[in-house]
Design a protein around this ligand. Structure first.
Ligand code: OOG
Ligand code: MG
Length: 271
């Protein structure tokens, strides 16, 4: 099943990984901002940060949640600039983070949420790196528009590369649009994306901003996972990363992404 990604390689259980995983897990569970891990632990490596992320997702799975996919983040210049971190990263998507199109997010489960316009892939086959973007696309069964809610667990939404990796790439929730297209019939390379809040246009972009083509984000994810001996599974949902900067949302907001050919997707923020 999809959550086997967590058991492909044994979890490194250093005491530090376990301690820091508990800290980020509790911050997400209680929706309480924490001090950046990097302020006390200056020597966390990218590898250890992913170990912390995996250990914290493992804690959610132990409580009954399930991994349903993965997300790429920081795959557009607009996003990198917004947060001041300049390498693409990945995180895990779990069942409890998934909303239906038009559902509401509960503000009390969030710290300082932001919404992002995204493209999602639904995989029809397993996908192992190393792969090219063309090979990666052959594993895709469906593509759709998506909104991601990110909610950094760090104070002031500030972090360095290893902080944000440890914090599951800030992911908090996601919603897929109901228009699912076949990737063969659809050129994903330049899809117009308009992010609206309460009917007001906040961000305008194109899927071309996502590593020049969202397929590159999918291939890069498979290739990053391959470095850890992991791979993507048939049925998993993959977010390619935001095409534009993210927008803060407030209680009562109606957030909608309109796309050129992939329909719309929306969510409410519980008043
Ligand atoms: C990190 C996550 C970025 C994206 O789509 O670029 C991300 C953040 O901005 O907090 O999800
Ligand atoms: Mg995102």
């Amino acid at each position: 099943m999809a959550n086997k990604t967590l058991t492909q390689t044994p979890l490194p259980k250093t005491p530090r990984v376990a301690t820091l995983a508990k800290i980020v897990d509790e911050a997400a569970r209680k929706a309480k901002a924490i001090v950046q891990l990097s302020s006390a632990y200056k020597d966390i490596s990218v590898r250890e940060a992913y170990d912390i992320q995996r250990a914290s997702i493992g804690m959610r799975v132990e409580r009954g949640d399930r991994v349903v996919g993965m997300k790429m983040g920081l795959t557009s210049h607009a996003k990198m600039q917004q947060v001041g971190v300049h390498s693409p990263i990945y995180g895990h998507l779990t069942q409890s983070m998934m909303l239906n199109d038009g559902d509401s997010i509960q503000m009390e489960t969030q710290i300082h949420p932001r919404a992002e316009p995204e493209i999602a892939f639904i995989l029809g086959r397993d996908l192992s790196g190393p792969v090219t973007s063309a090979q990666a696309m052959l594993a895709v069964e469906g593509v759709c528009a998506a909104l991601e809610i990110i909610d950094s667990r760090y104070q002031e939404f500030k972090f360095d590369l290893c902080d944000v990796i440890a914090d599951n790439a800030s992911s908090s929730g996601f919603v897929l649009g109901s228009t699912v297209a076949s990737p063969q019939d659809f050129d994903l390379g330049n899809i117009g994306m308009v992010l609206e809040i309460n009917g007001e246009i906040k961000q305008v972009g194109s899927s071309a901003a996502i590593l020049e083509h969202p397929a590159n984000a999918l291939a890069q994810l498979a290739n990053m996972l391959a470095e850890r001996g992991e791979h993507l599974r048939a049925g998993q949902i993959i977010l390619a990363g935001s095409a534009t900067a993210a927008e803060y949302v407030q209680p009562g907001d109606f957030v909608r992404l309109r796309t050129d050919g992939l329909g719309t997707v929306s969510l409410h923020v519980q008043p």
